[in-house]
Design a protein around this ligand. Sequence first.
Ligand SMILES: NC(=O)c1ccc[n+]([C@@H]2O[C@H](COP(=O)([O-])OP(=O)(O)OC[C@H]3O[C@@H](n4cnc5c(N)ncnc54)[C@H](O)[C@@H]3O)[C@@H](O)[C@H]2O)c1
Length: 353
Amino acid sequence: MKVPIRAGIVGTGFAAELHADALARCRDAKLEMVCGIENLDRFCEQWGVERRTDNYKELCKDPDVDVVIVCTPTFIHRPVVAAAAEAGKDIICEKPLATKLEDARAMVKAAAAAGVKLMYAEDWCFSPILKRVEEIVAEGAVGDILYVKAKEVHSGSHSEYAKKLEYCGGGALFHIGCHPINWVRHLIGKEVVEVVGKTSGGGKSNMVHKDYEGEDWGVALFTFEHGAQGLVEGNYITLGGMDDTVEIYGTKGALKVELSQGSPIHVYSRVGYEYSVEKADNQLGWTRPAVDERWQLGYPTEIEYFIGCLRDNTEPMVGVRGEDGLASMEIAFAAYESMRTGKTIRMKDFRSS
Ligand SMILES: NC(=O)c1ccc[n+]([C@@H]2O[C@H](COP(=O)([O-])OP(=O)(O)OC[C@H]3O[C@@H](n4cnc5c(N)ncnc54)[C@H](O)[C@@H]3O)[C@@H](O)[C@H]2O)c1
């Protein structure tokens, strides 16, 4: 495809900002058009975009839009993906892929039928820090991986949509635990065969957020076909800023990563300052401000990669295809099924049920 590749973003909220920033840093991309139903003019002015609409179908059909970036709340991923596929446009879709497995399956099918790429925007797969981890592991530094423990946790979503299951599909395990679930799958590169889950239950059973229908704490323990174990956590009960971590234990070594709180800068302040890390509510005492948080978490490298796939007409790697978004959803939903039934869930049976 000819460069610059012209992107159309649907949505003007938190994720849309991340993608607009990543596109601005990408030499072969241009943010051509934005669709929004609120803050549209402010968003377009901030990112220097002239063309705007409040109708995503119009953006999808626009002849000057090459790729549609879906940054709407999760329950509005499916209709936007369907419109983009129908218009023959390649798609980058935010996580989680959908709120329901049937929607995710339909989205993967629609993209395949239309012959367009459906790329799953899982930024952990592009984090330069985690890429370095993957290189070290591939070199054999920790031997064969036996166990990976990973989490994304913070104090609660900024988006009102995250409170209702109808809009977001699940609680913390589904909504933010999808990052570590997908990255652990991507790292290990094998099938998950069994899942066990435990959550705070949602609503009144939650530890802190009684107004969230989904759980505010959840873990999924999963076993890969060759026996390695993955333990993933997503929670909204963590104060002090978003705390994403990874631990890898292998036959010849171990590795630990502080993805969001590992800044080389240590600040002590009695009066505070403006921003340290995502979701931190103050900057008092000792804090560790991120240097380029968006880079650290992988958003610019994600867009660089997807734009490269379109420019060179190459298929996205395992971990960031629509199918991978679907597989991550299956693991989270299997964990919910395990919580509901008190049983270990066999993925083969779960998928065919
Ligand atoms: N990869 C990440 O790290 C990351 C971070 C945050 C959010 N997300 C994902 O991105 C998606 C959006 O989340 P968010 O945090 O930006 O939410 P948000 O509430 O901040 O923004 C959602 C945006 O979608 C817009 N919108 C809603 N309906 C629309 C429609 N019909 N047409 C056009 N725009 C519409 C809203 O006006 C709003 O601007 C979710 O799926 C979320 O899970 C991913």
